[in-house]
Design a protein around this ligand. Structure first.
Ligand code: FE2
Ligand code: FE2
Length: 512
């Protein structure tokens, strides 16, 4: 049946996207749609991808579908680009996706490429129950990701008016959803047929639309199980890298996750198919590299030495409380440091600290750091570490705390990988939502120096000094810590923006 046949409008439409060369899953989805007697079948782009088999998948699509819309993979292949054009926000994700794209285009013939060049960027299907727009990323942009957790219903509605349609269906992100907008209007993402939707279930998805004159529109996301294990073996035999095979087996993505909104990153925890930790394993929410069990005894010893107060001990442990707004960053941190200011580091009971199992690191005059098991570091300093330290007493209207005291807590996000970077970047937004001021240091190629240590970027966050369970400044540092022999000068901890001396400190900083 043809959508343009005069007087005959289709009532059922199967919409599929994102095959990525997965012949087995595509075959199963086509069979499912045929079983439902779909009047029309539309393919909305990204035929080729990480599963290779490019010519075969293009052939299967040509044979099996009535309507076609180009995705970023078709556009980029036609342009003979080496970039996938996915538009991931994480550079790690973009890199691996482009590797997959190179596998895909290497296996694509000229005749197939020429045919892909005929696909439009979007098209409207006239159905019995109204006009429907088919697009790849969003109605406006091929490579835009529309995530359910970020939908702006008024923007969706505006798009429907712009194109004069009752609904649109997109794909691209890999995560299916349906949004009903009232008066029979809708927007939907059909998911993808080439990979699972990061929910721990290897099944794949497409959308089945029913738009007749009599009934309100129905948009069903079809879940299609297929022999994913046989397909995974076939991928392996074709020499496809494990990073692309693993999600086919597990239903959980191992790339692209850093580019997802926070609300979508742990989808696999939601379903019954989630990869549940078996008995005896650490809780799945537990920080990846920190072991809080080991923190309390160490902190208690420092309390006994008079270097930490009881409330400071409790506040340190509260960094691992799920109520801590930066729990997500703590899960990914390589270590945490408690920075204690003392009168004189030379007077510290070093032997007793070493006796607790502390490993001395980067000791200098007026500064020393002890690393403990479980990812806990204690830093003691008697040199200036904060902008406030350089103020004369009469310039500093806030009463100074009596030493020793915790100046700040540091969350060390050392691993340079997408998810860790995302946790760092998310922190400032979270801080603004909870009303805790933020200051940035470094970034954009200009590192942050502290004595002999250098780190790429820091984000300082200031909880309220009173009336909150968290009271001390938080230092989120991104990137590996590099130690050099010479002193680089110090980027001091910025003064709390609410401190009466903040304006003076800022003026001083720009004058340097
Ligand atoms: Fe795409
Ligand atoms: Fe620090």
């Amino acid at each position: 049946m043809n959508a343009n046949s005069p007087g005959i409008f289709p009532r059922t439409l199967a919409v599929m996207g994102g095959a990525y060369g997965n012949l087995s899953a595509l075959r199963s989805c086509l069979r499912d749609a045929e079983g439902l007697q779909a009047d029309l079948k539309a393919f909305t782009g990204d035929s080729i991808g990480c599963c290779g088999h490019s010519n075969e998948v293009v052939g299967m699509i040509r044979e099996g579908f009535d309507l076609f819309v180009a995705g970023n993979h078709e556009q980029q292949a036609v342009a003979r680009s080496t970039s996938c054009g996915c538009g991931y926000s994480s550079p790690d994700d973009e890199k691996i996706s482009c590797e997959a794209f190179e596998i895909a285009t290497a296996a694509l013939g000229d005749a197939e490429r020429d045919w892909l060049a005929t696909w439009p960027d979007r098209q409207v299907v006239e159905m019995e129950g109204g006009r429907v727009l088919l697009c790849h990323g969003s109605p406006g942009q091929t490579s835009e990701f529309l995530y359910e957790s970020e939908l702006d219903d008024l923007r969706l509605d505006a798009w429907l008016d712009q194109f004069g349609v009752v609904g649109f269906v997109c794909t691209h992100s890999g995560l299916p959803w349906v949004r009903l907008l009232g008066d029979g209007r809708f927007a939907a993402n059909c998911g993808v047929v080439g990979k699972p939707d990061h929910d721990g279930d290897p099944a794949v998805h497409y959308a089945m639309l029913r738009l007749s004159a009599e009934a309100p529109p129905s948009i069903e996301i079809r879940r299609v199980a297929y022999d994913h294990e046989a397909w995974a073996l076939q991928m392996e035999q074709a020499g496809i890298a494990p990073v692309f095979v693993e999600p086919v087996r597990t239903g959980v993505w191992n790339t692209g996750v850093a580019s997802l909104p926070q609300a979508e990153r742990f989808r696999w925890l939601r379903g019954s198919q989630s990869r549940n930790g078996s008995a005896g394993r650490r809780a799945r929410w537990a920080p990846e590299l920190l072991d809080a069990e080991r923190w309390r005894p160490t902190l208690q010893e420092f309390e006994a030495l008079g270097l930490l107060s009881g409330p400071e001990l409790e506040e340190t442990l509260l960094l691992l409380d799920p109520a801590f707004p930066f729990f997500g960053a703590m899960r990914l941190a390589s270590s945490v440091h408690v920075h204690v200011k003392v009168d004189d580091t030379a007077a510290l009971p070093v032997d007793r600290i070493l006796g607790l199992g502390g490993r001395e690191e980067n000791a200098r005059t007026g500064y020393c750091k002890y690393a403990f098991e479980g990812g806990l570091n204690l830093i003691f300093s008697s040199i200036p570490v904060a902008e406030e330290d350089q103020l004369e007493p009469d310039e500093n209207p806030q009463p100074a705390r009596g030493k020793p005291f915790v100046d700040h807590f540091g969350v060390d996000l050392r691993r340079e990988m997408g998810l860790v970077r995302a946790a760092f970047e998310d922190a400032s937004g979270i801080a603004r939502r909870v009303g805790w001021p933020v200051k940035f240091q470094g970034g954009g190629g200009r590192p942050v120096f502290c004595c002999h240590a250098v780190v790429a970027e820091k984000c300082w966050i200031y909880p309220p000094a009173e009336g909150s369970r968290w009271t001390r400044p938080l230092e989120l540092a991104y990137g590996p810590l590099e130690i050099s022999q010479e002193m680089n000068g110090c980027d001091l901890r910025p003064v709390d923006p609410r401190h009466p001396a903040a304006a003076a400190a800022a003026a001083c900083a720009t004058a340097h």
